[in-house]
Design a protein around this ligand. Structure first.
Ligand code: DC
Length: 222
């Protein structure tokens, strides 16, 4: 059994940053599951396929050739690290992610990422659907205002254009869709440690998560 830590939460909650830090501390693999939905959007866009063409979309999802190299993402050998980070691709990703057939096409694929010595996976349904037997489940939240502000700073750092007002509206729209879809909606999985991070620093969140990791895996030297 490969040990798995799941970190779920709404967009801008900081789960990607925390997942990366935890994986680095442990020397484990890291799966950014949102990137898969974002990559699918790029492919669909290029092929002129819309989110209601379910069969074509599902076929694309099954045949995606994705490679994660450190922090870079490649699609069919082309680097798309920055292209998938725009807010519009996140919003479009949330639309294709609401299609149940797309989610099941990506399911086994995501489970395949659980490799020795262990996996830290972040997303919306990591603890509830993809890795229900994970040894540690975290549900990370923050107020909508704080999440918009974090997203704004993240995009600016990457040199991408952003407006705080637009981001807040998009975050609300995305939250609404991700929480209310019929298949694998965003939710706190049973048994998860809920961390409300609005007033916490990255290090403070990391400490709470690592404490849970230590008690679940006492043999790990951290
Ligand atoms: O985490 P992110 O912002 O990169 O995710 C983009 C969208 O993909 C998100 O709004 C909903 C969808 N998603 C999902 O449905 N399930 C996941 N496990 C990860 C992301």
């Amino acid at each position: 059994m490969i040990p798995v830590i799941t970190i779920d939460g709404p967009s801008g909650s900081g789960k990607g940053t925390i997942a990366e830090r935890v994986a680095k501390r442990l020397g484990w693999h890291c799966l950014d599951s949102g990137a898969l939905y974002r990559l699918l959007v790029i492919l669909a866009d290029r092929a002129g396929i819309s989110s209601d063409q379910v069969d074509k979309l599902t076929k694309l999802a099954r045949n995606m050739k994705v490679e994660f190299r450190q922090r870079a993402v490649f699609l069919d050998g082309e680097e798309v690290t920055l292209a998938i980070r725009s807010e519009s691709s996140g919003n479009a990703a949330s639309k294709v992610a609401a299609v149940p057939e797309v989610r099941s096409a990506l399911l086994e694929w995501q489970r395949d990422y659980a490799r020795a010595p262990g996996l830290v996976a972040d997303g919306r349904d990591m603890g509830s659907v993809v890795f229900p037997d994970a040894g540690v489940k975290i549900y990370l939240t923050a107020s909508a205002g704080e999440r918009a502000w974090r997203r704004y700073n993240q995009l600016k750092e990457k040199g991408l254009n952003a407006s705080l007002g637009d981001l807040a509206a998009e975050i609300n729209e995305r939250d609404e869709r991700d929480r209310n879809r019929g298949t694998a909606p965003l939710m706190a999985p049973e048994g998860a440690l809920e961390v409300e991070s609005t007033a916490l620093s990255i290090d403070e969140v990391l400490e709470q998560v690592m404490e849970r990791v230590r008690s679940a895996y006492p043999d790990l030297v951290i």
